[in-house]
Design a protein around this ligand. Sequence first.
Ligand SMILES: *[C@@H]1O[C@H](CO)[C@@H](O)[C@H](O)[C@H]1NC(C)=O
Ligand SMILES: *[C@@H]1O[C@H](CO)[C@@H](O)[C@H](O)[C@H]1NC(C)=O
Ligand SMILES: *[C@@H]1O[C@H](CO)[C@@H](O)[C@H](O)[C@H]1NC(C)=O
Ligand SMILES: *[C@@H]1O[C@H](CO)[C@@H](O)[C@H](O)[C@H]1NC(C)=O
Ligand SMILES: *[C@@H]1O[C@H](CO)[C@@H](O)[C@H](O)[C@H]1NC(C)=O
Ligand SMILES: *[C@@H]1O[C@H](CO)[C@@H](O)[C@H](O)[C@H]1NC(C)=O
Ligand SMILES: *[C@@H]1O[C@H](CO)[C@@H](O)[C@H](O)[C@H]1NC(C)=O
Ligand SMILES: *[C@@H]1O[C@H](CO)[C@@H](O)[C@H](O)[C@H]1NC(C)=O
Ligand SMILES: *[C@@H]1O[C@H](CO)[C@@H](O)[C@H](O)[C@H]1NC(C)=O
Ligand SMILES: *[C@@H]1O[C@H](CO)[C@@H](O)[C@H](O)[C@H]1NC(C)=O
Ligand SMILES: [Ca+2]
Length: 589
Amino acid sequence: MARLTRLAATAAAAASLAHASSATLDDVCTVSYVQSSLPDDDYLTGVSTFPDTVTAAVVTNASISGENFFPDAVIDFCNVTFAYTHRGRNDTVLVNYWLPAPANFANRFLATGGGGFAINSGTTVSGSLPGGVMYGAVAGLTDGGFGSFDTEVSSAILIENGTINYDALYMFGYQGIHEMTLLGQELTQTFYNSSSTKLYSYYQGCSEGGREGMSQLQRFHDQFDGLAIGAPALRYAFQQVQHLWAGYVQKKLDTFPSTCEFSKIMNATIAACDKLDGKEDGVIGRSDLCALEFDLQSIVGEAYSCAADFTISVEYGAGAEPVDTPAVSGNVSQEAVTMMKTILAGPKDSEGRQMYFSYQPGAYIDDSVTEYDSTTDTWGLDISALGGEFVTLFLEKVELDNLPTLDGVTADTLKHWIMQAWTEFEDTLQTTWPDLTLLAESGAKILHFHGEQDDSIPTASSVRYYESVRSIMYGDLNTTASYAAMDEFYRLFLVPGGAHCSPNTAQPNGPWPQTNLQVLIDWVEAGVAPATLNGTILQGDQAGDNQQICPWPTRPYWSNDTAANPDCVHSDSIEAMIYDLDAFRMPVY
Ligand SMILES: *[C@@H]1O[C@H](CO)[C@@H](O)[C@H](O)[C@H]1NC(C)=O
Ligand SMILES: *[C@@H]1O[C@H](CO)[C@@H](O)[C@H](O)[C@H]1NC(C)=O
Ligand SMILES: *[C@@H]1O[C@H](CO)[C@@H](O)[C@H](O)[C@H]1NC(C)=O
Ligand SMILES: *[C@@H]1O[C@H](CO)[C@@H](O)[C@H](O)[C@H]1NC(C)=O
Ligand SMILES: *[C@@H]1O[C@H](CO)[C@@H](O)[C@H](O)[C@H]1NC(C)=O
Ligand SMILES: *[C@@H]1O[C@H](CO)[C@@H](O)[C@H](O)[C@H]1NC(C)=O
Ligand SMILES: *[C@@H]1O[C@H](CO)[C@@H](O)[C@H](O)[C@H]1NC(C)=O
Ligand SMILES: *[C@@H]1O[C@H](CO)[C@@H](O)[C@H](O)[C@H]1NC(C)=O
Ligand SMILES: *[C@@H]1O[C@H](CO)[C@@H](O)[C@H](O)[C@H]1NC(C)=O
Ligand SMILES: *[C@@H]1O[C@H](CO)[C@@H](O)[C@H](O)[C@H]1NC(C)=O
Ligand SMILES: [Ca+2]
């Protein structure tokens, strides 16, 4: 209520000033001007901002290069931070906004999120905020009230062993980004005297940041005009527990292949499946066909070898960790192949019913990386901390950063963990509300993408959510009509060869959608819907080349090796990415 009243009151007064600013950053990037632009107490009911905490500093010539989610740029901005509290809770929440120079402000706001257990991607120029400023948007992030911009929810979620901090849980679940967005939109309108002009609001984030974006659009249908969402960590109960499936399989089968043998299996899969998309470029563009047509059994007995300290990281730009391992050679074992096939088949309960799904074949499955013990010269279990820490902190509610062991853990233990997390966190973290009718009616646009060789969040997870929305909203339409209805507001793109929120060093010739915010702005503000998603090859010999990415449910097929762009074709093979999760009686959206 307070918000509407204030907007109405200031609209007329500001009308003559919008777009007329000749102020420089130095004029307005001051503590006193920002204090005078802060949202009033109760702009958000029950929230007070603290003017005394305002910091404001001009940053010029910040140089941005080599980022995955926006192109290179040099930007100037006003770096603003302040704190607010929920009265009566007496907490302190820190927010950080970067405001472009008045001459560059384009009536845009961008909210950003984090990754892993982080609710933001950092306050430096290597974080997410430049991706807004370069498009004339005020860009914002929050600390969620966890203690500092660098503090993750994993440090705040338990008050003591046994006691969840529900305030932190809800802030992480959806409330923190929501409040940062509403406060930031109001700050923007006041700071630039632009209340009478339409403010276009966007969201951009990947992984946990993608889930955070989904958490907003599922609840607050009129908060954003457009959202660019990558590989969202939604269906949280399933997503976090599935990280433990690979370790469970290895332990049960007592099979712990070396990093080198994994690498061999991955390389052999890429070699076998590369061509299935019509183009021999070292990129698996059709993991659906790979799943249907390539049998790992065929590589049993093939030789492999690696030098000492062999290591592999599929993520673009990630530094290789030196590891103290010996040179390894051998032939691919039946045991390793059986293990990998079991992992790829996805989590199943004790009666063989499907609980979830795995990564696509060819992905480097980080959860299955083993650990070398130099004293015994053997490879052994390395429990995924992504799965283990979720179980210890959120389910067992004890301060441990991983499960110490998988002893006694059965397939049904995994199932019970999923069900416990699903019931306890359905309204905070699960993030699968499938009815987006209000959002669709509001005219907002969703640009959703996922690397087809993602090694941390299964690609099929995004397919499942998109298909759930389609069936809930348009289940009464035929297939063609229901996809056409989705196209109006929600498009999903699977990135050939793409890893987790990053290009894939093991498949360097694949495209990456680096200009998503520009594509989204064109869709929202100019009505140019992306028939294909703009992608750029970011590494290797072809770095800089453009390559378009097909929209779901079409699949890429290149007519020859020299064609830059694929044809986007319809194929029954998409069934390989759609699962019947028959281990559960409740619908899994
Ligand atoms: C920013 O960079 C430009 C071009 O290099 C230079 O001319 C200008 O002086 C720089 N400005 C500041 C404030 O450093
Ligand atoms: C919150 O702070 C106010 C003012 O300092 C104090 O009166 C009140 O008791 C505090 N409430 C809680 C729950 O700590
Ligand atoms: C913005 O200001 C905050 C608070 O002073 C600081 O921590 C952060 O490093 C600053 N960011 C940049 C890019 O200067
Ligand atoms: C907004 O208007 C005030 C009052 O006229 C002025 O001082 C300020 O510079 C304006 N802000 C911008 C960003 O132009
Ligand atoms: C797999 O391919 C990569 C990239 O070509 C190479 O560096 C690595 O050594 C290969 N792995 C094995 C086991 O040969
Ligand atoms: C391993 O494979 C190589 C090459 O295919 C073959 O010559 C060799 O006999 C195999 N070794 C074993 C132990 O099977
Ligand atoms: C919390 O539980 C963990 C795991 O049992 C234990 O290691 C730790 O000491 C406990 N912390 C406190 C403060 O009791
Ligand atoms: C699907 O539905 C649309 C609109 O209701 C209709 O025009 C079209 O003929 C239908 N297509 C098929 C294949 O039934
Ligand atoms: C598409 O990507 C190319 C680089 O591959 C870039 O030059 C172009 O601006 C992008 N187009 C849009 C609409 O973002
Ligand atoms: C390869 O495909 C492209 C795009 O379809 C086409 O323009 C080109 O002529 C083809 N080249 C060959 C050698 O068939
Ligand atoms: Ca290929």
